[in-house]
Design a protein around this ligand. Structure first.
Ligand code: AR6
Length: 177
């Protein structure tokens, strides 16, 4: 599914965040130490190679809602934007922190003059944020920011399974009707 607003195309796809070769920056659902881990962080660090952790070590730790940018190393992307999402039920207010993560990632893409960015569903795995409210926050954050974006022209959500894709699809339809 694609949706265009203010010259920005929002794309929803099912796939793997490490296999998005046509995108300038992929977003990592990071841990505070910016190390490898499970889920997205494990996949990104495996695909990027050890140079990624070497580069990110001096930038750690980061706080919930914060974003930092690195090179893409062996990934097909020039950059990785590392976002620490909130742990649901621990980092409060979790909705505001999740929104800040998306906004800060978009700001970093803008300040680095990138034209495309791909997000996974931050915090919805190990960090336990329920998928529906997380998708609502993520999509609303991007839709609300679209009018302010000058460089970013494509925002892709890469959803790991069909359930996550369908949830995002239905929420994007509701938000834009
Ligand atoms: N591509 C796209 N989406 C994926 C992929 C992938 N390769 N792998 C998993 N997902 P998570 P979090 C989905 O746990 O909740 C790590 O251990 C997954 O189905 O990666 O922010 C870090 O080290 C889920 O919907 O991120 C942190 O400690 C979503 O991506 C912690 O987990 C996010 O799942 C971060 O937890």
């Amino acid at each position: 599914m694609t949706y265009e607003t203010d010259g920005v195309t929002i794309e929803l796809v099912q796939g793997d965040i490490t296999n998005q070769p046509d995108i300038d920056a992929v977003v990592n659902a990071a841990n505070a130490q910016l190390r490898t881990g499970g889920g997205v962080a494990g996949a990104i660090h495996r695909a990027a190679g050890p140079g990624l952790a070497r580069e990110t070590r001096p930038m750690a730790p980061i706080q919930p809602g914060e974003a930092v940018i690195s090179g893409g190393h062996d990934l097909p992307n020039d950059h990785v934007i590392h976002v620490l999402g909130p742990v649901y039920g621990r980092d409060e207010p979790s909705g505001e922190l999740l929104r800040a993560g998306y906004e800060n990632a978009l700001d970093l893409a803008e300040s680095n003059e990138l034209t495309s960015i791909a997000f996974p569903a931050i915090s919805t795995g190990a960090f336990g944020f329920p998928l529906e409210p997380a998708a609502q926050i993520a999509l609303d954050a991007v839709l609300s920011r679209a009018g302010d974006l000058e460089c970013v022209r494509r925002v892709r959500f890469v959803l790991f399974d069909n359930d996550a894709l369908e949830t995002h699809r239905s929420i994007l339809s509701d938000l834009t009707e």
